[in-house]
Design a protein around this ligand. Sequence first.
Ligand code: ASP
Length: 317
Amino acid sequence: MKRILLALLLAATPALAFPDRPVALIIPFAAGGPTDVLGRTLAEAMSRGLGVAVTAENVTGAGGTIGGARVANARPDGHTLLLGNIGVATVTAQFRNPPYDPLVAFAPIGLISPVPMVVIGRTSLPVRDFPGLIAWLRETGLGVNLAHAGVGSASHLCMTLLRSLIHTEMTAIAFRGTAPVMTEIMAGRVDISCDQTTSAMPFVTDGRVRAFAVTSPARLPQIPEVPTAGQAGLPGLEVSIWHGLYAPRGTPDAITQRLAQALRVALAEPRVVARLADLATTPEPPERVTPEALRAHLADEVARWTPVLRAAGEFAD
Ligand code: ASP
C-alpha cells in the first residue's frame, strides 16, 4: 500500500522525484570557448549538488540559437538546461524570423556570472594600440576580416557596436564559437575579434593574440596594461557579457527553484570561485541567482539591446 501511495505522490508532484536521471546542460557554442569553459565548470559543481550527473553537451550554430531551440523544445522536466549568455537577449533584434522569443520560450533559473570582453587581433597587425587599430580599421574598411561566433553571439554584438561606433563596414566571418575564432586569429587568417576573457585570457597573457582594449568600465587586474575602450577613445564600446541558466517554459516552479538552489551552492564552492577568478570573472551574488532576478534582467536586456541592434542593422534570416 505504501509503495502505491509513494508512486501516486511522485506522479502528482514531479518535483519530489527531481532529478531522477542525468541532467543535460546544453552549451550552444563550440567546445573550448568561454561558454563551454564556464559550462563545464558549472556542470561538475552542480552534479555534486543535484546528486546526478550533469553532462555538458555542445549544440552549436546560428549564434547559439540552435542550442537555444533544443532547450526551448525539450520536455519541461528540469533534465535539459541551457547555459546562455547575453545572446539570449539579443536574438530577437538580430533575426528577421527569431527562432523563439526568449521572454516566452524559457523558464529562467538564475544569473551566473558577468564576464568582460576584450578586443583582440592578430599579433602581425601593423598597429599596437587601440587608437592605432581604429585608424587602421577605418582606412582598411572591407579589407578587414573580423570574426565572430554567429549573429546573436556576444562577439557579434561587440563587433556590431564597434562597427557602428566607428562608422566603418568590415568583412564579417562567422564561426561556431570563439574557440575556432581564436585559432584563426593566431594563424593570421582573420584580423580582429572580440572575446570574453573567460577563454581569451591565456591567449592574451602569453602573447598569442594582441589585446587592444577591454569593454569593461574599469581595467582588469589580470591585464592592467590593457586600457578600457573608453580610456582609449571609444567610450561607447562598453558591454558586459552576462550568463543565465534556463529550463524550458512550463518547467514546474518547484523544479526551477531546486535548480536555482543547486546553482547557488555550486557558485559558492571555493573551487568554482577560484576557477572563475582565473577567468577574470566572479559569481553573481546569491540574490541574483534566482528565477525572478534572471527573468527581470533578461527583460531589461531585450529592451536595451533591441533598438541598438536594429539601428546597427545586419540581420540573420
Ligand atoms: N560565448 C561564445 C562561445 O562560447 C562566443 C560568443 O558568444 O561570442 O564561443
